[in-house]
Design a protein around this ligand. Structure first.
Ligand code: M6R
Length: 619
């Protein structure tokens, strides 16, 4: 869950490292550090806190002006890291890079047997300066170099002794024109241009230099020199082709918005169009997925579907279940990846296992996918990052086409996951013949209109800003909904707590009376998400009335306003007449905006909320 970068080339190192780390800060931001080789020595600078602190430190020390730091003829080399603490609190000493003798490295992951390794190394007189597991890797590699191995061999040997997950970038004074990369269960990509080499945890970090990337596989070791890469897998040289990413570097910038989150909320109509592009055949009422390799016959043989995800993606999984059950009439189980993977789940070759993940690197989702593969299930990923581990391992992918999502709070990726789930449900209905031709044509037609409804929902922004102002000092929010909108209530509550730090609970509206109703006072804003024609309106209205009877202040988020609703609710956000199937996708927008503007009122760090990280690559 940390971000790592490395560079070898002719440019001054620090701007490349800092620029990359800035784009990786979403992965962790409790401390940061950089190291380069200057006059045959490591020059390391680290700081507790966000990257800005490190930048100030470097600038105060005149390091950003220099730029002539060559370690060998024509080669500038360095590594950098932004941290999300696992072992050892956030501090300057625990920040990476870590040093040991001739070795300096950055690490993303967890070394599980670090206690045992530390004891062994301490017995050989190694002195540890930090509380981290990562420093062990530096000492291990250095000890192998001292025993006569080259950097590459020393890294491989050390990795054979370590258990756990790692993306390591290792630099050594003994070979100052090389970086060695090792990967296991934590992402790392390499970009090579004719005379430069870039290493990063994620694509946006180095997108301004190249669009062609080598995506390293688990078990890979790579020796990187200026403009060249050699990959070895299981002791054998591996020939890999780089993947080409179509993303425009500008897409990973803020584009005039105050925060990435707001920019990403506003991108939703466009990215939904991207998700739909080339997948709908309105003339023949059909749905196509280029990278899903199941035949109609394969699809028809599926008896059960299991969808697994974490966090926001889990809410997309739940909505997808509702779509599949409604359109294709198939049984669907939805599970948290962290629960699913540890309970010997029931799967077979008639099960379609779907992993939903924005990053494609979430450790628990990946672990669950691995189990599904081992048990012979058919596997499919709904994923935003084409070259990610989950996408590659699943074999079949519906790429959500949201483009890089930088804000830790997921918005546009979620909405495109819902669209992908909707399309998949239609595809299953098609092969299973569970919808009439008219129904199918109608549902396809609805999703084509979705971007304009999303734009209409964004039109509520000013009203939501006022609402946020009014409720930003509340201590508790309740989010209620029924049926297809229930996962959206969960998502609204998660978004609010993630970035505003206000406690919020999402509940099926009918469950309120079984407990949460005790929380309601006149101080409690209750957000009720409801649609006038979704089959649950009357029941949702009854639950809303029950909350009003306890003096709750109701914020109704809905399609159409009516006199009765306006009378009961304190505020109504209405987005216009929209078919009920589309409402989950549209009504989440007001909830995202409510969370965003509440966080703004509370002056929190919207894009990088405390304790969180974008890509959760540890269990
Ligand atoms: O990359 P993934 O979609 O697998 O990530 C899953 C969750 O960690 C993620 O959705 C998380 O809940 C977000 N911070 C929510 O905004």
């Amino acid at each position: 869950m940390c971000g790592i970068v490395g560079y070898i080339g002719k440019r001054p190192v620090l701007p490349v490292l800092l620029g990359g780390l800035e784009k990786l800060e979403y992965r962790g931001y409790d401390s940061a550090g950089v190291s380069e080789i200057v006059n045959a020595q490591f020059e390391v600078m680290r700081a507790e806190g966000k990257l800005a602190k490190l930048k100030n430190l470097l600038s105060e020390n005149g390091k950003l002006a220099a730029g002539e730091n060559k370690s060998a003829e024509g080669v500038n080399i360095g590594i950098g890291h932004t941290r999300w603490a696992t072992h050892g609190r956030p501090s300057e000493t625990n920040a990476h890079p870590h040093l040991a003798g001739k070795v300096c490295l950055v690490h993303n992951g967890i070394i599980e047997n670090y206690v045992e390794l530390k004891a062994q190394l301490t017995a050989t007189k190694c002195v540890f300066k930090s509380e981290t597991d990562s420093e062990i890797a530096a000492h291990l590699i250095n000890s192998h170099i001292e025993q006569g191995l080259g950097l590459f061999a020393a890294t491989k040997t050390a990795c054979s002794e370590m258990q756990g997950s790692y993306a390591l970038v290792v630099m050594s004074l003994s070979e100052p024109d090389k970086l060695v990369v090792a990967k296991n269960a934590t992402p790392v990509i390499v970009g090579i241009t004719p005379d430069e080499s870039f290493i990063a945890s994620d694509i946006p970090a180095i997108l301004e230099y190249t669009r062609d990337f080598y995506v390293l596989e688990d078990g890979d070791f790579a020796e990187i020199s200026r403009g060249a890469i050699k990959i070895e897998h299981e002791g054998v040289a591996a020939e890999r082709k780089p993947i080409t990413i179509a993303w425009d570097p500008i897409t990973a910038e803020k584009g005039g918005f105050e925060h990435f989150m707001l920019k990403e909320i506003h991108e939703q109509p466009r990215v939904v169009m991207e998700t739909l592009r080339g997948r709908l055949d309105q003339e023949h009422s059909n749905v196509h997925f280029d990278d899903v390799f199941f035949s109609d016959d394969d699809f028809a043989k599926i008896e059960r579907i299991v969808i697994v995800a974490c966090g926001t993606a889990w809410h997309a999984a739940l909505t997808t279940k509702f779509y599949i059950e409604k359109f294709a009439r198939m049984p669907v189980d939805v599970d948290y990846a962290s629960e699913f993977r540890y309970r010997n789940p029931l799967l077979n070759d008639k099960t379609l296992f779907i992993a939903i993940s924005q990053s494609g690197e979430t450790a628990d989702t990946l672990g669950a996918l691995q189990i599904a593969i081992e048990k012979g299930a058919k596997t499919l990923a709904i994923c935003n990052v084409v070259g990610s581990t989950i996408a590659r391992r699943a074999g079949n992918i519906i790429n959500t086409q949201a483009g890089p999502e930088i804000s830790v709070a997921s918005t546009k990726a979620f909405v495109t996951q819902l669209v992908a789930g909707y399309l998949l449900a239609l595809k299953l209905a098609l092969v299973r013949n569970t919808l009439s031709a008219d129904e199918l044509a109608n549902y396809i037609d609805q999703v084509v209109h979705l971007p304009k409804w999303l734009t209409a929902a964004l039109g509520q922004e000013d009203k939501i800003k006022d609402l946020a102002q009014e409720f930003s000092k509340s201590f508790n929010f309740l989010y209620l909904a029924r049926g297809l909108l229930y996962p959206i209530a969960l998502e609204g509550a998660l978004k609010l707590k993630e970035i505003s730090y206000i406690h919020a609970e999402g509940y099926p509206a009918g469950e309120m009376k079984h407990g949460p109703i005790a929380l309601i006072t006149e101080e409690t804003p209750v957000v009720v998400v409801l649609g006038h024609d979704d089959g649950n309106y009357e029941k949702a209205m009854s639950n809303l009335t029950e909350a009003v009877a306890r003096k709750a202040k109701i914020i109704a988020v809905t399609d159409l306003e009516n006199a009765h609703l306006s009378k009961l609710a304190h505020r109504v956000i209405a987005v216009g007449d929209i078919p009920s199937q589309m409402l989950p996708i549209v009504l989440v927008i007001p909830l995202q905006l409510l969370a965003y503007y509440t966080a703004i009122c509370r002056e929190t760090d919207v894009d990088q909320p405390r304790n969180l990280a974008k890509s959760v690559t540890v269990e």
